[in-house]
Design a protein around this ligand. Structure first.
Ligand code: ATP
Ligand code: ATP
Ligand code: MG
Ligand code: MG
Ligand code: MG
Ligand code: MG
Length: 254
């Protein structure tokens, strides 16, 4: 009778389910590019590290952080980004679907939206997509170990890729030959190949490549009228030792 009357079809709404994320746990949303090995080739990314692509990833992640203030830290490397939401967040009543899909789709649309600012005349050939997952960590220790895991992965992959591409691009090895040469080697072997064959001291490689990117929200005061505002800054620092956490005590305190 009234305008608000429910249709006889509305019962299907009851089939919807929703998952709420456990209270009092760190929420990590990690996104990762789908098939970026191919995507990076199709768009002529510089190997092993295309700086334009890394800065575009950082821009898309900063856009997400700007919108969702409950993200206290983001960490990115290669085609992935992890967003850490504060333990107490009540965003969307901690509904998993909402959090995961909003963060993912804003990241993805921003990647496309800002593409031309970083790649200029390189045309986007097809729409990229990203997967996402949500992981909960009950303690600070586990959250730190999560970040340690991602940053250690960044280091291992970057050392491998730097050596691999030096062998291919500078020594003219085929991909298969380079792969064979590196199979079974440990870190010190790769450091040695880089130094003796290419004069590259791995320690002098850019921190952006070796450490990935940490995005933090920092308060800054306008120099004249003292009005505070928040700005998102990139850092390329070690997360595994304590020094970063001693400088940024507010993050884990919440
Ligand atoms: P999946 O869909 O399973 O994630 P994938 O091809 O995206 O597959 P990943 O393990 O995510 O595989 O690896 C991403 C790949 O994208 C890297 O191995 C590298 O080839 C490429 N890539 C990502 N970012 C860059 C970059 N900034 N510069 C050069 N290559 C990059
Ligand atoms: P929420 O974030 O909760 O989804 P919402 O504002 O998106 O909020 P919806 O219930 O999804 O609310 O409704 C979408 C609204 O978007 C419509 O009510 C209408 O105002 C507007 N809208 C969507 N598509 C069109 C369209 N093609 N033409 C005009 N308005 C549209
Ligand atoms: Mg993957
Ligand atoms: Mg990927
Ligand atoms: Mg990846
Ligand atoms: Mg809507």
């Amino acid at each position: 009778s009234s305008l608000m009357a429910k249709s006889k079809f509305e019962y299907v709404k009851q089939y919807e389910t929703e998952e709420k994320l456990l209270p009092n746990c760190w929420i990590v949303v990690r996104i990762d590019g789908k098939g970026f090995h191919k995507f990076s080739c199709k768009h002529t990314f510089t190997k092993p590290n295309d700086t334009r692509a890394l800065h575009l990833m950082n821009k898309a992640a900063a856009t997400v952080m700007q919108e969702y203030k409950d993200i206290v830290l983001s960490y990115g490397v290669s085609d992935e980004y992890s967003f850490i939401l504060r333990k107490e967040t009540a965003l969307y009543n901690r509904r998993k679907d909402k959090l995961m899909t909003y963060l993912n789709s804003l990241f993805t649309s921003s990647y496309v939206y800002f593409w031309k600012d970083y790649f200029h005349d390189v045309k986007l050939k097809y729409p990229p997509s990203f997967d996402s997952r949500v992981v909960l960590y009950p303690s600070n220790e586990e959250l730190r170990d999560y970040l340690n895991w991602r940053q250690a992965d960044c280091h291992i992959n970057n050392l491998y890729n730097t050596t691999f591409w030096a062998l291919v691009l500078k020594s003219g090895l085929t991909n298969i030959e380079a792969e064979q040469k590196l199979s079974g080697t440990v870190s010190s072997d790769k450091n040695e190949i880089l130094l003796s064959e290419f004069g590259i001291n791995y320690n002098n490689e850019p921190e952006l490549f070796k450490k990935g990117t940490i995005l933090l929200r920092k308060k800054i005061k306008h120099p004249v009228h003292e009005k505070q505002r928040h700005v998102i800054y990139p850092f390329h620092e070690d997360l595994i030792q304590d020094s970063f956490w001693k400088k940024n005590t507010n993050i884990l305190k919440g």
